[in-house]
Design a protein. Structure first.
Length: 72
């Protein structure tokens, strides 16, 4: 997913922390970040909420402005 790594860093989360919050493995997060795999559609709203962005931002369509938290 384009921009996922950047969004995760902006949220100050490690892959392990994000994985634990989403109840997936750390390797899933790594694969999502490299584009090797994609999260299921059911995980997208939760992922966007945890990263304080829209689902569009997860796909690189828009990034939140500095200091702005958007709600999906």
């Amino acid at each position: 997913m384009k921009g996922l790594r950047r969004l995760r860093h902006m949220a100050d989360l490690t892959q392990k922390q994000l994985a634990e919050q989403l109840n997936v493995s750390q390797s899933n997060i790594a694969m999502w970040e490299t584009g090797t795999a994609m999260p299921s559609a059911s995980k997208l709203p939760e992922l966007a909420d945890l990263l304080h962005c829209s689902i569009d931002a997860l796909y690189g369509r828009e990034l939140p402005r500095a200091g702005e938290k958007s709600v999906s």
